[in-house]
Design a protein around this ligand. Sequence first.
Ligand code: DXP
Ligand SMILES: NCC(=O)COP(=O)(O)O
Length: 243
Amino acid sequence: MTKLSVNINKIATLRNSRGGDLPNVVQVAIDCQRFGADGITVHPRPDERHIKRKDVFDLQPKVYTEFNIEGNPSPEFISLIKKIRPTQVTLVPDAHDAITSNTGWDTVTHKDFLTDVVNEFQSLGIRTSIFVNPDLEMIEGASAIGTDRIELYTGPYAEMFEKDKEKAVAPYVEAAILAKKLGLGVNAGHDLNLNNLNYFYVHIPWLSEVSIGHALICDALYMGLEKTIKAYKNCLKMPENQD
Ligand SMILES: CC(=O)[C@@H](O)[C@H](O)COP(=O)(O)O
Ligand SMILES: NCC(=O)COP(=O)(O)O
């Protein structure tokens, strides 16, 4: 079963816009889980533009599904993860001023650094995932590091999907096949939405998890959070006439 982890960064964006506590990030996380989310993802960035360090501590006791924390493994981030002990940590190479994640790791150049970080988190019983582009050399590099999973950066897939869906998904299928062969779990995320998600899932049905935030929260403005989460979960099923 492919799990849906709801990224609630944008709930924090809305809350921060007025400086109060509305919407309440913890209550939304509780409700997302009640509505069927298999996990909650947050990405506490250094500038705290949305999810703040305090949010992560407030969320920790209330996330009873899977808690996935994403971030660039700075000393501050590593310290936070060691205190929180989430289900999973997803390592992303984001620059501090990046508007959003826009590429995966060079797992060859950064092998030694990432190996140390992965070993440290795994020694604490935290599942590790490394954010990568669908580049076979980078998948092999991730395997050499010893990570539990990779997360395929699906921004380019989403962009190409609108023009040529077969061309969009092809490199991801190849990367996911290699990852599976190497014994890596396969997560995916970034710019997945109700339009492109099922096509991606049908071509890579052994996906462990998709983490989705921006489009899901935007859809919820029109459909409501419960109906939206159910709609995204429904995309993670094979069409009825296809076994
Ligand atoms: C790693 C990833 O793709 C997501 O965490 C994405 O970076 C969301 O971050 P923002 O919500 O800050 O755009
Ligand atoms: N890892 C991807 C994620 O958590 C959410 O990305 P997006 O759906 O906000 O683009």
